[in-house]
Design a protein around this ligand. Sequence first.
Ligand SMILES: *[C@@H]1O[C@H](CO)[C@@H](O)[C@H](O)[C@H]1NC(C)=O
Ligand SMILES: *[C@@H]1O[C@H](CO)[C@@H](O)[C@H](O)[C@H]1NC(C)=O
Length: 338
Amino acid sequence: MPPIWVVTVASLVFLRTFSVAQDQALEEAWKGWKGLHAKEYLEEEEVFRRAVWEKNLRRIQLHNLEASLGKHSYRLAMNHLGDLTEEEFNQMLNGFYPPGPVEHHGGNPSLFRESASLENPKEVDWRKKGYVTPVKNQGHCGACWAFSATGALEGLLFNKTGKLVSLSEQNLIDCSGKLGNHGCHGGYITRAFEYVRENGGINSEDAYPYLEKEGFNCRYNPQERAANCTSQVEVQRGSEAALEQAVATTGPVSVAVDAHSFFFHFYKSGIFSSIFCSNVVNHAMLAVGYGTSQEDGKEYWILKNSWSENWGEQGYMRLVKGAGNHCGVANQASYPTV
Ligand SMILES: *[C@@H]1O[C@H](CO)[C@@H](O)[C@H](O)[C@H]1NC(C)=O
Ligand SMILES: *[C@@H]1O[C@H](CO)[C@@H](O)[C@H](O)[C@H]1NC(C)=O
């Protein structure tokens, strides 16, 4: 993939309108931010990136001011992605395809429905039980679908073997193309599971490390098989009650949400809930638990993201739960069996 910071004609037009707005008082902050995240630009481009960063910063500050006045249940913060426009952010990072009319290749997923006779625990957090690997960073590659899939496999593998092994997204990126996935340009969680089943395994992160780009060919090594997938289960579409029960009884579950908005991109802490979040999902994450806020009794999902620990609550988001399937969190939930 070409680096995203190549200045395009469109951005030069944008630059002309925005470059005038540079605030000298932000000079030190800009330098500090660049240093922290090891950003380097060509001279022309720097003017453009600075303008984008300043615009983002002001929106973040305004939101946090409103949050401190009680208007929002969550705060934002500048992060390592603060020099991207909303369009770039979405192009780069939201790589989940919702299922089309021809969804399944061979594998016959079963359906998880809520059983009313079962009572779920009030709180679940699989991180505390050792089911969850450290937060990863997809970088400039739209392979959220692969990160979500490895997360669910890692949890269930831990349940089976008692060992937590980080699994290879690169394996999925390079090798599941024949099932209709598009590497850094998006893919389906269900087809990642299907690849592992059909292939008879997936390699570990150590054996097949992440490159942040599409490899030239598939380098799966059957000798280094770290996990299997026997089948997959889809959670009853749109039902947060079913999702809750799946998370409570199974382990971490792959989900997809609408992550297109500015507020999602710069989420820092608190319980996320935004009028700009729709039911049309475009970003894959991993539901690792749920709980209830002690301050205001608000329920939330705990979602693992793949945008590094710089984003959100050390890489996680608490998303409002039981508020009408907010951000479409229960629309595309699934998990493998290992
Ligand atoms: C795996 O799941 C089963 C059933 O939910 C549970 O009884 C068992 O303790 C789990 N194993 C581990 C290692 O957590
Ligand atoms: C995966 O399945 C193969 C064949 O069924 C088996 O030999 C292997 O031990 C399994 N590996 C893991 C990690 O479960």
